[in-house]
Write a protein that binds this ligand. Structure first.
Ligand SMILES: Cc1cc2nc3c(=O)[nH]c(=O)nc-3n(C[C@H](O)[C@H](O)[C@H](O)COP(=O)(O)O)c2cc1C
Length: 195
């Protein structure tokens, strides 16, 4: 590497991230926003976190409802991420202007996008501010997925965000390199190197 930054106002060197559409419902208000800052935290219990700026209208609705959905999209549906990620529910009823269709969750009062290939219904179990964002930790209480899309549980065409309003995907890029493959390499190396 030929460059070094001691600090940066914004940093995207670790991208891409899968895009998730955070869905919220409170009373008669539904809302959707795009989020790239999210992560799985635990299998048991199944915990998933998303980092949301206090400026977002979605934050207000999550605080009131105590729940949110995380909806994952195919690459082809990147425009929805732009639509809900570059407009605020404070100014627009996004589901009306962008014709966003959803069902109500099975376990929680959260929107499950019809266009999504996967969706987690999350109950807020914790929230903490970190710098200029708030980390919402949700317990996944229900999972919806499209079995035609996830082949053997694997997705290769998920919508990925690389920053600067640019999207990509990894269709066709599939390699397996796990314990078995590593063991084979180790066996080969044993003959050649001191390991
Ligand atoms: C691809 C993409 C990823 C984003 N990721 C996040 C994120 O992780 N956290 C966040 O607070 N805002 C994120 N945003 C910005 C919000 O989606 C955006 O501010 C949105 O307008 C908020 O809508 P709301 O005010 O209706 O909640 C992202 C936007 C885009 C386009």
């Amino acid at each position: 590497m030929d460059k070094f930054l001691e600090s940066a106002e914004k940093y995207y060197f670790h991208y891409p991230f899968p895009v998730t559409i955070v869905g919220t419902l409170y009373e008669d208000k539904s809302n959707f926003m795009a989020a790239a800052w999210h992560t799985q935290l635990s299998f048991d219990p199944p915990l998933y976190a998303v980092s949301i700026s206090p400026k977002r209208y979605s934050k207000e609705l999550i605080d009131k409802s105590g729940a949110f959905s995380l909806n994952f999209l195919k690459f082809d549906d990147y425009k929805l991420a732009g639509f809900v990620g570059r407009t605020s529910g404070r100014d627009h009823r996004k589901e009306e202007i962008f014709d966003i269709q959803y069902d109500i969750g099975t376990k929680l009062n959260v929107p499950v996008l019809k266009i999504a290939v996967g969706c987690y219904e999350c109950k807020v179990v914790d929230k903490r501010p970190f710098g200029d964002h708030i980390l919402y930790v949700g317990e996944i209480v229900g999972i919806h997925y499209d079995s035609n899309y996830y082949k053997d549980g694997i997705s290769t065409d998920m919508l990925l965000y690389i920053g600067n309003d640019m999207y990509t995907h990894a269709e066709g890029a599939l390699v397996k390199f796990g314990k078995q493959e590593v063991q084979e390499v180790l066996k080969e190396l044993k003959g050649k190197k001191e390991i």
